[in-house]
Design a protein around this ligand. Structure first.
Ligand SMILES: [Zn+2]
Length: 126
């Protein structure tokens, strides 16, 4: 087995990426009551952890930088959900990926103009 190719869309200053705040906002839109982020530097390499509280249950994801950690948390929260607007299963894509087509899945995708993650069915009159 070969390791998955590393995604390199995250720059050297991930906390300045506009997708960071938008992804945190996305966690809130998924119904989280609380959001936390911290890093663990007891061992190298330093690992970032993003966590969200839903009533009494925490969900978390980790990454080598804060942006990747919050993206993974969004994927965990959004993937496999159901869109309350169109009823399709939901998916989360951190990048603007033109190859992703939303026929079967309502993708939450980065909109660089509005600087937010928009759901796939938004704006098509439903
Ligand atoms: Zn939808």
């Amino acid at each position: 087995m070969r390791a998955k190719k590393r995604r390199s869309d995250i720059g050297r200053e991930p906390h300045k990426d506009p997708r960071f705040l938008a992804a945190v906002d996305m966690v809130g839109r998924s119904g989280a009551d609380q959001f936390m982020m911290w890093y663990c530097d007891e061992q190298k390499p330093i690992v970032w952890i993003a966590a969200a509280l839903f009533e009494e249950n925490w969900e978390c994801a980790a990454g080598m930088n804060p942006l990747r950690a919050v993206f993974r948390l969004c994927e965990t929260l959004v993937d496999g959900g159901t869109c309350v607007h169109c009823g399709k299963p939901t998916g989360f894509v951190p990048d603007l990926d033109p190859t992703v087509l939303g026929e079967l899945i309502c993708w939450y995708q980065w909109d660089p103009e509005l600087k937010t993650f928009r759901r796939g069915c938004e704006g098509d009159g439903k």
